[in-house]
Every structure is written in C-alpha cells, then in structure tokens.
Design a protein around this ligand. Structure first.
Ligand code: BGC
Length: 250
C-alpha cells in the first residue's frame, strides 16, 4: 500500500508517496522552500504544490514542527508563525488539497515511529528516545515500542536557556560552532535527558545523522547506547505516511 507523506520543516516542505511495506519512498521526493513567515496559509500552499506535483489523490499524512493533538490540532509553534496555535490543521490542509483525507503528527514523533519500525530502533524494547537536531530539537519517547506523543524535550532548560537554542543544528550554524564545541553541548543535553528518563538507547536524527562520524566520537559519559538514525532525512515523510495509514485502518 502507498500513502503520501509530507514533512514540514523549518527550511523545506518535502513529500513523496511512501511504500508502507518497505518503509521507503516509492518515488523521488519533491521539495519546496518553507515560506517565511511560515503562516498557515503559506505552508498550506507549499503542501498543495508538493502533493500536486505527483498528481496524488489518496490519503496524505503530514508532520508539523510543534505539538499536535488528535491528528489535527496544533498546540505550539516554536519555529513557525504563532498564528498556527489552535489551528485545525486537518481542516486547513484537507481544504487546500481538495478534500483529500489528511492526518497531522508531530515531526519528531513521525521520524521516531519510522525509525522504530524500519531503522535504528527496529525490534528495540525498553526506553528509546529519538532526538532530531535541526532548526529545533524534536523528541520521540518509546516504551517497549509504544510512543508517548508530544514529549517536547527540546524545550528542557540547558544552562539557563531553551535547550534547542543551545544545541540544535541551527545553533551550531548560527554561532559557527566547531563539531567538537557543539558536541559538548549535545553531550550536556543528553546527560540531562538521561538523568530524567534513563533510556536504553538514544537515536540521533535530523540532518546531522548523516554526519555522525564528525561528532558522535566527541560525546562521552552517557550510559545509554547512542546511534545515528538510519532513515535520515526521509524518516519524517515515512512516519507521516505510517501515521495516516493507522487513521485509515481505524
Ligand atoms: C518543537 C517540536 C518539534 C521540534 C523539531 C521544536 O521547537 O517544539 O514540536 O518537534 O522543534 O522540529
């Protein structure tokens, strides 16, 4: 079965039909730039372009970089326009896509679900935490394979700041930090998350997962195993489609 997945990120809106048996994209993905400011109207237009590019007419799963409840309602908007808060994103996107069935899920939760089924967390029991390092820091917490949604661990306090302002990939870029310097911030952040949850495994996702060899060796003193995500930049698209598939079955 195929379902269309769309990943709405701070820099791009990317999507493709997903092969749910393989956990992979069925066609090469298509991307448009995220508008700035990232308003509901501007983002919905980007989503429409991506979906129309493929002439898709079936169900669509989308990610959103904030808290999403009930597959629809946006509750927070740290890195997108604040007018998203309390929006019914299912109505917004469904309307813009000519009435296609739509579900929405937090971006890190989507990436986590995909990694647990097809990637670095496959068959892993116990407590697993996937963290995505990008414009912000996203988190997905699993206990024996079951997701605890919307954990928002990127907003824990680190050195008196919102953790994602110190340790996201954007913080590395904005402050032009070396890998070594940035990895020490990530290490401090992981130590804090470990103190709270004692996970068995950390999966490191987001764009940086491709560059794990540049920084993972700098991270010391964490008891949990730490591995890079395997689906890398497609995890959000695959997870969004998986989430929509669950809605279809329900
Ligand atoms: C948001 C999360 C999101 C993460 C990654 C954070 O600022 O609050 O909901 O998962 O960024 O996009």
């Amino acid at each position: 079965m195929q379902i269309f997945g769309v990943d709405i990120g701070g820099s791009g809106i990317k999507g493709a039909p997903v092969d749910l048996e393989k956990g992979d994209l069925a066609q090469e993905r298509f991307k448009v730039l995220t508008p700035h400011p990232a308003t509901p109207d501007g983002v919905a237009e980007g989503v429409r372009e991506v979906v129309e590019h493929f002439g898709w007419t079936g169900p669509v799963g989308l990610t959103f970089p904030g808290v999403v409840t009930g597959g629809a309602t946006i509750r927070t908007a740290a890195n997108v326009d604040k007018s998203w808060i309390d929006t019914d994103a299912r109505v917004l996107f469904g309307g813009r896509l000519g009435g296609l069935p739509v579900t929405v899920v937090n971006d890190a939760d989507a990436a986590g679900v995909a990694e647990m089924r097809f990637g670095a967390g496959k068959d892993r029991r116990g407590t697993v935490i996937l963290l995505t390092f990008g414009t912000g820091i996203g988190s997905a917490l699993f206990v024996d394979g079951t997701l605890v949604p919307n954990t928002e661990l990127g907003h824990l306090e680190l050195d008196g700041h919102d953790a994602e302002k110190r340790a996201s990939s954007k913080a590395k870029e904005d402050k032009d930090l070396t890998w070594d310097h940035w990895a020490r911030r990530v290490q401090k952040y992981l130590a804090h998350v470990e103190m709270l949850f004692s996970p068995d495994l950390f999966v490191i996702g987001g764009g940086v997962s491709r560059k794990a060899d540049k920084f993972l060796h700098f991270i010391e003193g964490i008891k949990a195993e730490i591995v890079p995500a395997e689906l890398q930049n497609n995890a959000g698209i695959v997870g969004a489609a998986m989430h929509a598939a669950e809605g279809e079955r329900a």
